[in-house]
Design a protein around this ligand. Structure first.
Ligand code: UT7
Length: 326
């Protein structure tokens, strides 16, 4: 049966020029390269330059994704930016991206689901495109996370970095039930506000009128991440009537190598199918999945027609997974 299916037709990503190694961090807080590598797999992270804002990072990734898709700003009628670190309280960072790209039609708004933002954004854009409300969308994950870190807190400041990633989506006629159907096949997103205090920022517009800093109960987040992500993955596979063995590439949220390994082990995914880029950019929150996806497409690992599984978990708690054939 023919229906509208959302295809991913281009990807792009961007990391700011400035790099901060584990060794650099050991000059700022009491930590070491060996501790950070052993507990997280992280080696370096990128830090946005002074004056470089989230919409700058998002715009650069979007331009690269448009180039890859062979499209221009004139083709775009929807922009979603997943971010926890917006340029300003309002307007949405997506509005600045729209202006910077020179897009003049459609809608642009932000998605706030912290590290799960890209999965939530993809699900939102997919739903809007499948309804026929828009034709071609940019979904971008972009963060200047370094600006909400307490650089005296070694438990958090070593874990995060800045960056952006983007995908171009287009609604096309197709048959989703066909065995080799391309496009977004299933998604599953969830929130549990009862766990808000396990990963949060202690500031905000209406509470303190300050930006605040990240706080996290690392071990508890770790435990729930493996559990929630695994159940979201099983749900998207059930929806699409596929199994773990059908997946060509697993592109998880790049939070921590130990979480990536834990989820892959629990689900029985061979490590040769896992795309991991966390060592070179740390946890870039909403940007991490499109960054890893773009990396593996550009280096030739991910090929057209392959089945991709993405997943994330973040503050809120929020979590989710998506399944698509590229
Ligand atoms: O998108 C979701 C985002 N969240 C995450 O990805 C985080 C999930 N959690 C984790 O990845 C891990 O819990 C961490 C990497 C954050 C921490 O690893 P852990 O094995 O759970 O360590 P811990 O928090 O239990 O701390 C162990 C020790 C403590 O010392 P004591 O009390 O045993 O003496 C910490 O003070 O490690 C110490 N520690 C550090 N030492 C050196 C904490 N941070 C550091 C550090 N350098 N940067």
């Amino acid at each position: 049966m023919t229906q509208l299916i959302t295809h991913i037709i281009g990807t792009g990503s961007y990391l700011p020029e400035k790099c901060l190694s584990n060794h650099d961090l050991s000059q700022i807080v009491e930590t070491s390269d060996s501790w950070i590598k052993a507990r997280t797999g992280i080696e370096t992270r990128h830090i946005a330059a002074e004056g470089e804002v989230t919409s700058d990072l998002a715009t650069e990734a979007a331009r690269r994704a448009l180039d890859a898709a062979g499209l221009t700003a004139d083709d775009i009628d929807l922009i979603l930016v997943a971010t926890t670190t917006p340029d300003k309280t309002f307007p949405a960072t997506a509005a600045y991206v729209q202006a910077k790209l020179g897009v003049t039609k459609g809608a642009a708004f932000d998605i706030q689901a912290v590290c799960s933002g890209f999965v939530f954004g993809l699900a939102t854009a997919d739903s809007l495109l499948k309804q026929g409300l828009f034709k071609t969308a940019l979904v971008i994950g972009a963060e200047t996370f370094s600006r909400i870190l307490d650089w005296t807190d070694r438990a958090t400041c070593v874990l995060f970095g800045d960056g952006s990633g983007a995908v171009v989506l287009q609604a096309c006629d197709g048959d989703k039930s066909a065995k080799e159907a391309r496009g977004i096949l299933a998604h599953h997103i969830r929130t549990d506000g009862e766990k808000a205090d396990l990963l949060y920022v202690d500031g905000g517009v209406s509470s303190t009128q300050t930006i605040g800093h990240v706080h996290m109960n690392g071990p508890k987040v770790f435990k729930y991440a493996v559990m929630n992500i695994s159940s979201a993955v099983m749900e998207v596979l059930r929806q699409a009537d596929l199994t773990i063995e059908d997946i060509d590439w697993f592109v998880p949220h790049q939070a921590n190598q130990r979480i990536l390994d834990g989820v892959a082990k629990k689900l029985g995914i061979n490590e040769s199918k896992v795309v991991s880029t966390v060592s070179r950019h740390a946890n870039t929150s909403a940007a991490s999945i499109p960054l890893a996806l773009d990396t593996a497409i550009r280096d030739g690992r991910i090929k057209s027609g392959q089945l991709i599984l993405i997943e994330a978990m973040g503050g809120g708690f929020t979590w989710g997974a998506s399944l698509f054939r590229i």
